[in-house]
Write a protein that binds this ligand. Structure first.
Ligand code: AMP
Length: 368
């Protein structure tokens, strides 16, 4: 044992990668990241930034060559690139996990095969097949933050559907959920696991708006949600942190919406509010360190700051002065586009419950 620092390589350089890299550094690891943009959030903070597109196999191999372990912060990297990396270095999560997740249809079939409950679904590729009842259509690949999906109420929506159906799609029955929750789950190579307090999520326009934890749900529902997430992680053989998004129905039933095989926006609250952040936990899991405790120091609320907030110029940050328990995180993105995640704030502690109700007021004050 020389004590020479090892290097964690990151495929993708967004904000999730930035937080992973910062956590890795705190654990004494060097970091490298690959992204198509030289100014990507993670490339600003790693020891070795690399620029290359997501389908550039030689750039991915360069990243692998200078890393001891490789992980990712974006699950839509082509499998052939992941396989090229995995030939050179340990890569977590492994390519077969990503292959299941990347295609919504194969993800849904995986859930069915493992007895995990979900809404009714099927394949749809032709606007002529639109039924007379409402469905949600989603492109099988490359959708995120509500992109590439639409609610279709019947044949009258055929034009809207045709736009989405340019790519292979699935349909889902709309779920009249009472709440959306997510379970953040960590698993190591040895099958050691850790789970965080369950998060309750509010989406707007398909994009996460705010999360609070712990979710306001009965203890039996929380236990059931953790069982589902555990079953998904075990069946996938996942290594690292993952999030399982679920719908809670008015009758108490849970349906899995989707699995994110990586750190997740709904787990941002863990940074500051929990003994080990999701980012540190992910580094621990993929780098072969023992998992850390997940206990929360108290209730927490996280609110996303989207590019829209910059419409009239720099937000009025001074309106956040003196808010008890508030921490602001900005991702270092130069261009604030509508819907783009630019940062978030977390309020942890006794004022979190009030903050959950005050999020809109807080955002209006920031907007000025
Ligand atoms: P997704 O990208 O599949 O996670 O969808 C983004 C958001 O759209 C979800 O978090 C829900 O708020 C909503 N949504 C997606 N699918 C459904 C569905 N089948 N029924 C009701 N709402 C949905």
């Amino acid at each position: 044992m020389t004590g020479k620092p090892r290097t964690l390589g990151l495929l993708g350089g967004g904000q999730l990668g930035r937080f992973i890299a910062l956590a890795a550094r705190d654990l004494g690891w060097k970091t490298a990241a690959l992204d198509s943009s030289p100014s990507a959030p993670a490339l600003q903070v790693v020891d070795t930034p690399l620029v290359g597109t997501v389908d550039d196999v030689s750039a991915a191999r360069r990243l692998a060559a200078l890393s001891d372990v490789v992980t990712l912060e974006w699950e839509l990297i082509p499998v052939r690139i992941l396989e090229a990396v995995a030939e050179l270095r340990p890569l977590f999560p492994a390519p077969p996990v990503l292959a299941v997740i990347q295609d919504r249809l194969s993800q849904k079939r995986f859930l069915t095969k493992n007895g995990l409950p979900q809404t009714a679904y099927g394949e749809i590729n032709d606007p002529k097949d639109i039924p007379c009842h409402p469905i949600i259509i989603k492109q099988r690949r490359h959708g995120y933050d509500g992109k590439g999906q639409a609610r279709i109420d019947g044949p009258a929506d055929r034009a809207k559907a045709a736009e989405i159906l340019r790519q292979p799609c699935i349909w889902e029955s709309p779920v009249a959920f009472q709440k959306e929750i997510s379970v953040l789950f960590a698993r190591t190579h040895d099958g050691e696991t850790a789970v965080y307090p369950i998060a309750e999520n509010l989406h707007r326009g398909g994009i996460l708006h705010a999360t609070r934890a712990p979710a306001e749900i009965p203890p039996g529902t929380a236990r059931k949600a953790v069982e589902l997430a555990r079953a998904a992680a075990e069946a996938l053989g996942h290594v690292g942190v993952m999030a399982v998004e679920m719908f809670l129905l008015p009758d108490g039933a849970l349906l899995v919406n989707e699995i994110a095989p990586r750190v997740h926006n709904s787990g941002h609250y863990t940074l500051g509010a929990c003994a080990t952040s999701q980012f540190e936990q992910h580094v621990r899991a993929v780098c072969g360190l023992p998992l850390g405790p997940t206990d929360a120091k108290g209730p927490a609320v996280m609110v996303n700051l989207l590019g829209d907030l910059w419409a009239k110029g720099e937000p009025r940050w001074n309106t956040l002065d003196g808010v008890p328990g508030l921490t602001l995180h900005l991702y270092g993105k130069a261009e604030a586009r509508a819907g783009r995640k630019m940062g978030h704030y977390t309020v942890a502690g006794p004022t979190a419950a009030e903050e959950w109700r005050r999020a809109d007021e807080r955002l209006s004050a920031l907007r000025g």
